[in-house]
Design a protein around this ligand. Structure first.
Ligand code: 0GY
Length: 305
């Protein structure tokens, strides 16, 4: 029996949808869900005291079942802020995956070289810096720069999560990082603004001028204002996000990744059907070649080579 107090989920927080449809879009062989999480279970892997939300438990077994149901071969599991710098749930999932998952950990400046090596042996290939103020407390840039310098020799990359309005202030820090830099969810554009407007074009310019910067073209459900609804019986979910993701896929086909973001932390208005999220992929990657780059070649190059 665990002596951990049961965790009470944050009010309004939706559980993941446990009856996802089977996608109509057939994923190519060796496709990777390159952004997803495991949460707890809290009784085994307690949530961090400094967390900003308490999630529902979303254990590795449920993630692997979803992987198989949707037709993915592999997962990249990203450490979420609710586990802080305690990567035990992540490592447990990586070890249980039989080589079918890689990880992105969150580490503190005082991590030892031996601990970094152990994370690497478990399958970690990156570290995540979170600048979203509702999710993470401020960490001085010098601390983050020091962590980046420590992980660079391992061949790891840095994953960054931020709001688009904060990009100008973060620009110099990102462009000075010595590793590949992967941006979560396209830098969270305001999709009510035009795709060719100054805000999104600032992000496009960042990627154009810095070939080490990649983007996940993920999370339409988080960015969309138009929502998940079908139009005229057709699958037209998250239409307002499509031009943003598609422009990145077409402009930078070798530097984009896609992931479900299961179990979709902090969603309060609707919970997406992960099968429909997979059916969204051909709208943003309309050719077989683009789909292969996005889902197979890019994630395998970054995480399995
Ligand atoms: C995501 C998005 C969110 C949460 C986290 O680490 C996290 O807690 O990343 C969010 O709330 O936008 O990518 O999972």
């Amino acid at each position: 029996m665990s002596n951990v107090e049961p965790f009470i989920k944050t009010p309004g927080w939706l559980d993941y949808y446990d009856g996802p449809s089977r996608p109509r879009f057939r994923l190519p062989p060796d496709a990777v869900d390159a952004h997803c999480h495991v949460f707890g279970p809290g009784a085994v892997f307690p949530y961090a005291p400094q967390r900003k939300y308490t999630p529902c438990d979303a254990p590795k077994e449920a993630l692997f079942a979803l992987r198989d149901h949707l037709g993915f071969a592999k997962n990249v599991i990203v450490q979420a802020t609710c586990h802080g710098t305690d990567n035990r749930a992540l490592v447990d999932a990586l070890k249980a995956s039989g080589g079918r998952a890689r990880g992105v950990a969150t580490v503190s400046q005082d991590i030892t070289d031996a601990e970094l090596q152990a994370l690497h042996a478990a399958g970690v290939r990156g570290t995540r810096f979170n600048f979203v103020k509702r999710l993470a407390d401020f960490t001085p840039r010098e601390v983050l720069a020091d962590i980046a310098a420590r992980i660079a020799p391992l061949g790891w990359h840095v994953v960054v999560y931020f709001e688009s309005k904060d990009l100008p202030e973060l620009y110099d820090f990102f462009t000075a990082l010595p590793t590949t830099v992967v941006v979560d969810h396209m830098g969270r554009p305001d999709v009510t603004q035009p795709v060719d407007g100054p805000e999104f074009q600032r992000f496009v310019a960042l990627m154009r001028e810095h070939p080490n910067i990649w983007s996940k073209v993920s999370c339409p459900e988080r960015l969309s204002q138009s929502g998940p609804h079908a139009l005229n019986g057709e699958q037209h979910a998250y239409q307002d996000v499509v031009p943003f993701a598609r422009s990145l896929v077409e402009t930078f086909p070798d530097r984009v990744l896609w992931g479900t973001d299961w179990p979709h932390p902090n969603l309060k208005s609707h919970m997406p059907d992960d099968g429909l999220l997979v059916d969204y992929i051909p709208q943003i990657a309309p050719t077989a070649a683009l789909q292969r780059s996005l889902l197979v070649d890019n994630p395998n190059r970054l995480y399995w080579s």
